[in-house]
Design a protein around this ligand. Sequence first.
Ligand SMILES: Nc1nc2c(ncn2[C@@H]2O[C@H](COP(=O)(O)OP(=O)(O)OP(=O)(O)O)[C@@H](O)[C@H]2O)c(=O)[nH]1
Ligand SMILES: [Mg+2]
Length: 433
Amino acid sequence: MLSGKETIVACSTPPGRGAIATVRLSGDKAISIIKKITNHSLKNQVSIIKFPLEKGLIEKCVLTIFKAPSSYTGEDVVEISTHGNPYIVEKVIEKCLSSGAKIAKPGEFTLRAFLNNKLSLDQSEAVIDIINANSKASLKAAQNSLEGGLKAKISTVQEKLRETRVLVETLIDFVDEDTNLYIEEVINKINEFKGFFVSFKHDMKTYSSISSDVKVVVVGPPNSGKSTLINAIIGKKVSIVNEKQGTTRDVVTSSCIIDGVRFVFSDTAGIRKTSDKIEEEGIKLSKKAIKSADIVIYLADKESDFNRLPIIKRKKNIFVLNKIDLCDKKAPAGGFAISAKTKKNLKLLKKTLSQSFLKLNQEELLSVNIRHLDLIKQAHKNLALISPSLVGSNLELVAENLRSCDELLGEIYDPISSDDLLGKIFNKFCIGK
Ligand SMILES: Nc1nc2c(ncn2[C@@H]2O[C@H](COP(=O)(O)OP(=O)(O)OP(=O)(O)O)[C@@H](O)[C@H]2O)c(=O)[nH]1
Ligand SMILES: [Mg+2]
């Protein structure tokens, strides 16, 4: 979907009626088109002009000019602010079209900003994230990425990577010399880098959870109080609670913001052996939900019940014993003993949920998406292929894997341009952005 050279036009404010609507033009002819329509000399950056909508109908609007390259797109941009009436907007756009502009595709203004090197690809993605952010943390993360934070973080990893690449490339040229000592150094450097990469990958996953919503799945045996707990956290009745086992059959999701981070909770069917076909389907969904969760809360009445639950070790798991209002229970290691009914210790559990993210410095939060995570995963795969024996036996292959790792990370902000990829990214935008 590479953008052409034409001057594009679209309304950049939401459709419907409002105080103000802004139509935006971008391209070489943006200024001359408005001059032609309004007969105005447009000498000032901001002016009030009379815009002829149709015969006998004029709209007084505010015109703002941003000259290339000091504009959002890097091209000449004119913004026309009118009263927020869809009829006026339609007529302004019609006039621009009949004077030589083309209607903008979704995301085309930002695509032009990218193509004109005003924004890197990760920064362009951060623009959508700013529009879509629905919590303080996700907004902060998107703003930091728009300011270039993600690229800076990736560049730090690439710098380390390149130090190792230089050493390997130099050694490849040392054909006849005793290289054992240097080989040892490369092995140490690669190990050091692998360790660094693991924590980098972990950080990026955490950032990704914040950028979207943090997914928390509550699983446990039937009747352990999963639905009661979620209702208590959300603060309203979103799931049916009943003393009958197997009350929840489907995955029920609901969301709330805790300390500026948005969490989406999934209530699931209690996990047990059952001959009931519908309940069995529900249990399958519970197990599937665990896989996509950022945090899993395992909720049970007694500690031995945890052994019967499907636990994925690499997840962030929180073990919680419920119903301490009925009898005293000792909190499981690193977990909590609570009463979902009386809300005892609920604050502690909520604090743990938000703290798992908020202990991250707000200034360092970054907006990370699946595309970034996938590239990081592929880069990690290339790195993992470099064993000490490979370093000893095939430095060319080591160099090749390091180069791929470097390139994959670079694709996060500077893709080896593919129309298809850009289409996928910019189509997610709304028209006018
Ligand atoms: N005393 C006491 N009862 C509780 C507590 N939490 C839940 N219950 C009761 O336990 C029963 C089951 O609660 P639910 O929240 O429906 O349990 P569930 O885990 O969602 O059950 P399923 O959906 O069937 O898997 C209800 O009668 C609740 O009132 C608690 O902290 N203390
Ligand atoms: Mg339930």
